[in-house]
Write a protein that binds this ligand. Structure first.
Ligand code: F6P
Length: 350
């Protein structure tokens, strides 16, 4: 049955009224992003029927084998956005360097940075996967990597598209986090989850438990206390969920509360963490904060980090405020003992 409601385009046009100086370019850019995601959703849904599963022979700049769908999703984003005149440059997980808009093509004021297909290890098992994107502004006509290196607080928009049992786009432009479901009958994203709010209390966490022995003490203390259940200090029974696709694990916590963590561990020290700041941690932190949650490295608010590199990795811990406060207190106490800096401050954790 077709659901009659506000479409994503109608929603963005309404939101544009908040900015009387708006030219309409941002609205058009979001439209192009939505079209790209619909095309990716179509490829994902055909799966092996369209020969899109499996790996390529290439590695991306992070040393990860590119899946066929990683490449298709990246190309769709580039093709749908490069010639439209709204972006000044693009960058993605699948490209070593910044993608410059071809000469003679009009360019706009936006920088688009994205992870075309998050959760690649789920592709071949028909598990949930997604696209994550972040939009920044620039006044440069030929931006370089440096122009992308802006704090997460400077994002004008962040979102993800989840290719799950239904396809959903969740986004924020700084006025709440809103969810849209793709109605396949009419090919439109319809506003189904306005103003999503993360419940502050939860008894569910998502973390790769196999890394337990490698985590820093504050994270291990938190999970150990959860695992003691009703008998332990938390006096409640916790559940663990790990889909292995950040988009899905974060979507679950935005919908019903919870915690998502890929914290620092001793195997990641040199890399700086597991997840990428610019196109994973920052957009998700913006969405989580706008839905009332907290997002941190354990020591610093993610959105306050000053990026150093396009493909920089960081520790990520985000979710329901009650749990995040306990985790941040653990890190604060550990930082004091270990002579480390603790600077996390946000409106829910002063
Ligand atoms: O991009 C990284 C990613 O696929 C995330 O989506 C996911 O949360 C994580 O890696 C899974 O990591 P692991 O393979 O350690 O479970």
């Amino acid at each position: 049955m077709t659901h009659f409601g506000v479409t994503l385009s109608q929603f963005i046009m309404e939101e544009q009224r908040r900015f009387p100086e708006a030219t309409g370019n941002f609205t058009l850019l979001l439209n192009d992003i939505a079209v790209s995601c619909k095309m990716i959703a179509a490829a994902v849904q055909k799966g092996q029927l369209a020969n899109v599963l499996g790996a390529t022979d290439n590695e991306n700049c992070q040393g990860e084998t590119q899946q066929i769908l990683d490449v298709i999703a990246n190309e769709l984003f580039i093709k749908n956005n490069a010639n439209r005149g709204h972006v000044a440059a693009m960058a993605s997980e699948e490209m070593d360097d910044v993608f410059n808009i071809p000469e003679n093509v009009p360019r706009g004021n936006y920088l688009l940075i994205f992870d075309p297909l998050d959760g690649s290890s789920n592709i071949d098992i028909n598990g949930p996967i997604g696209t994550i994107f972040s939009i920044l502004k620039t006044d440069k006509k030929n931006p370089t990597e440096e122009d992308f290196l802006q704090e997460g607080t400077k994002q004008v928009c962040a979102g993800y598209c989840l290719y799950g049992s239904a396809t959903m786009m969740v986004l924020t432009i700084g006025y709440g986090t809103h969810g849209f479901t793709l109605d396949p009958a009419i090919g439109e994203f319809i506003l189904t989850h306005p103003n999503m709010q993360i419940p502050s209390s939860t008894a569910e966490y998502a973390i790769n438990q196999a890394n337990r022995n490698l985590w820093e003490p504050p994270m291990r203390k938190y999970i150990d206390e959860c695992d003691l259940g009703v008998e332990g200090p938390r006096k409640k029974k916790f559940t663990m969920r790990w889909v292995g696709a950040m988009v899905m694990d974060i979507h679950r916590l935005i919908q019903r509360g919870g915690l998502f963590a890929y914290p620092m561990d001793s195997s990641l020290t040199e890399k700086g963490g597991r997840l990428r700041l610019m196109y994973e941690a920052n957009p998700m932190a913006f969405l989580v904060e706008q839905a009332g949650g907290i997002a941190s490295t354990g020591y610093e608010r993610i959105l306050d980090l000053a990026p150093e590199k396009l493909h920089q990795r960081v520790p990520v811990i985000m979710g329901s405020t009650d749990e995040m406060k306990i985790i941040l207190d653990n890190h604060k106490a550990f930082a004091k003992e270990a002579g480390k800096e603790f600077t996390h401050q946000c409106k829910s954790y002063a």
